[in-house]
Design a binder for this molecule. Structure first.
Ligand code: PMP
Length: 355
């Protein structure tokens, strides 16, 4: 048995994989694979609707927001959102809190001016900046709620009157957020939502009235909204598996229930990192992510040995991102607490061997 701590694409519930495999062979008893039906069939339209309804229900999306399914990953959103909302006469405010914020800033600069309101680059993005001003005349304020690579997460969101745009790729559906506090939320699906290939956008309809630039159809949020995300061929299979995965989440009790589990899983692992004299955590304790736990060994030469030791127990996907090194254990929704217990006992057994 494998314990998959990969950062994304990542673990999905076994039940979802079984159902997806069945649908590849025979979808809904049609005698056709989900991979070979048209996106214009009533059967797929029902999938689309159920997936949108599940997003709405699980995130408690209020009236006045549209749920869109796009392609191109969260990375395409970096430029698309700026193309749509960064006007010539205004600056966009960005919080520079990690690798993916930086990438978002780079793309926004192609379309206008960016005001970096605060940055944690000085300490390798190991904390979330606090206490900064967001100018009232900003076109929008952009931040990343969970920094997948550095292992930091925002637990309080700065109040502001400007439109708020948030990259929630790696913590969406892991905890309750108040959607009404945001004007646009985007997330690549391949962590807590489903397989890679689809990007979720939850957008406030009034924000779409602020598009001034002429944008190509495939980069225009209004086109997706007005065509129910069926302007062109959507990523049919990704949407289908996301639907199965969101059904699984709903059956489990929804986001609030999974949030409680996620808090317990993260606490267990951070406790061991803090206790075990071989390891130390990379993120500032106040901003430690519940989804991506980053840590290293005091003795870097031992790290490969620990990875090999862990792999004999079925632990996979814990190697840190190449620019950070060390380890990163991702604790997404589908990872059971029993896998975290295995990792923790592996760390303490390794300590016994070494000390
Ligand atoms: N933002 C965050 C927070 C991410 O974790 C990732 C990918 N891991 C991205 C953006 C980029 O997403 P994609 O690969 O879907 O373009």
């Amino acid at each position: 048995m494998k314990h998959n701590f990969g950062a994304g694409p990542c673990i999905l519930p076994a039940k979802v994989l079984d159902q997806a495999a069945d649908a590849v062979r025979n979808f809904n008893g049609l005698g056709l694979s989900i991979l070979e039906i048209s996106h214009r069939t009533p059967e797929f339209e029902a999938v689309m609707k159920e997936t949108q309804d599940l997003v709405r229900e699980l995130l408690r999306v209020p009236e006045g927001y549209s749920i869109l399914f796009l392609q191109g990953g969260a990375s395409t959103q970096f430029s698309m959102l700026a193309m749509n909302f960064l006007h010539q006469e205004k600056k966009a405010a960005y919080l520079d809190c990690g690798y993916f914020s930086q990438k978002a800033i780079k793309e926004a600069l192609l379309f206008g001016q960016v005001n970096i309101v605060a940055s944690s680059k000085d300490k390798g993005y190991n904390y979330i900046p606090l206490g900064y001003e967001i100018p009232e005349d900003s076109a929008y304020f952009h931040y990343t709620s969970n920094n997948t690579i550095e292992g930091t997460e925002m637990f309080s969101f700065p109040p502001t009157t400007v439109p708020v745009i948030c990259d929630m790729s790696s913590d969406i559906f892991s905890r309750m957020v108040n959607v009404a506090d945001f004007d646009l939320i985007y997330a690549g699906a391949q962590k807590n939502m489903g397989p890679a290939g689809m990007t979720l956008v939850v957008v406030k309809d009034t924000l779409l009235e602020h598009i001034q630039r002429q944008v190509p159809s495939m980069s225009d949020y209004r086109i997706y909204r007005d065509n129910g995300s069926l302007f062109n061929t959507p990523p049919v299979f990704s949407i289908y598996v996301a639907m199965l995965n969101l059904r699984w989440l709903k059956e489990k009790g929804g986001v609030k229930t999974i949030e409680t589990e996620n808090i317990a899983k993260a606490a267990l692992l951070y406790e061991e990192i803090d206790r075990n004299p071989l390891f130390y955590g990379l993120a500032d304790p106040d901003h430690r992510s519940r989804m991506n736990v980053t840590f290293k060994m005091y003795e870097p030469a031992m790290e490969q040995e620990f990875l090999d030791f862990a792999s004999t127990r079925g632990i996979v996907g814990v190697k840190g991102y190449r620019s950070v090194g060390g380890f990163r254990a991702s604790l997404y929704n589908a990872l059971p607490i029993s896998s975290v217990e295995i990792l923790v006992s592996c760390m303490s057994d390794f300590e016994k061997e070494k000390l």
